[in-house]
Design a protein around this ligand. Structure first.
Ligand code: SF4
Length: 72
């Protein structure tokens, strides 16, 4: 699973930092979201999904890993 943010959509609410402070941060200059990491650990998945769901600017995109294809 990976996460990305769109700073143009961020409204600096800080919700993501409250839900997953090890993944999200806010820029000291403009308070817009910054990522601390892109590749996530499995134990962070639920917090990051919640942060994306609760983001008022819809600025957080979560990309779930695709299951491996098996040959048939
Ligand atoms: S929750 Fe969304 S709008 Fe609020 S700081 Fe984080 S990315 Fe920005």
């Amino acid at each position: 699973m990976q996460v990305s943010v769109d700073r143009d959509r961020c409204c600096s609410s800080g919700m993501c930092v409250m839900n997953a402070p090890e993944v999200f941060d806010q820029d000291d200059r403009d308070s817009l979201v910054r990522l601390r990491q892109i590749a996530l650990l499995p134990e962070q998945f639920d917090d990051v999904r919640l942060a994306a769901d609760l983001c008022p600017g819809r600025a957080i995109t979560v990309t779930e890993d695709q299951p491996a294809q098996t040959g048939a």
